[in-house]
Design a protein around this ligand. Sequence first.
Ligand code: TMP
Length: 207
Amino acid sequence: MAGLFLSFEGIDGSGKSTQARRLADVLRKAGHPVTLTREPGGSPGAEEIRRLVLEGATDRWSAETEILLFTAARRDHLEKTIRPALARGEIVITDRFADSTRIFQGITRGDLSAVVDQLHSLMIGVEPDLTLLFDLDPEVGLSRANARAGVELRFEDMGLAFQTKARAGFLALAARHPRFRVIDADGDADTVAARAWDMVVPHLPKV
Ligand code: TMP
């Protein structure tokens, strides 16, 4: 695929959504065409699935059912938003992608990694060019995430042990794949944005 495909990952409350918006703004000001998008969601159909998976009781879906729902949403996002933007030569920044399924569904509630990987290769089959992992103490992340009023708290409600497991899982995944850059997400937004910028600059196309 042409273009540049960036994903932002991290536990809940890691600040990655703020950082994704900031990077998109800076890149646009520098003259790059950017599509800023998110998961679950990023296309009208996938946004409908978002409501199903992020709202309601924690036991609403099993981890297995979640794998199917998140992958269905991702497939639609890929077809309708990501692939067309990359084909136009744009920089795509997605706030979460397949690594979130590898972690939140693949390892937090038993070992479903093989199922996640099989479904990924069957239905998605692409990885970002670069993945920024915003790493933060889960206690700090969870208190930030819970401070946001809203209804999308199904995963936050799974608690500190869940987020702690997710953080360790993300770091282990990052150690295995060279496309990852781990960013210390502790600090004010300007400081973290500067860290993220340093990681992205070497990958930017000329404008
Ligand atoms: P967000 O808070 O970054 O918008 O993410 C929404 C929640 O969805 C977050 O708690 C993590 C969860 N999630 C998964 O469990 N699996 C996935 O594949 C994705 C994309 C998100």
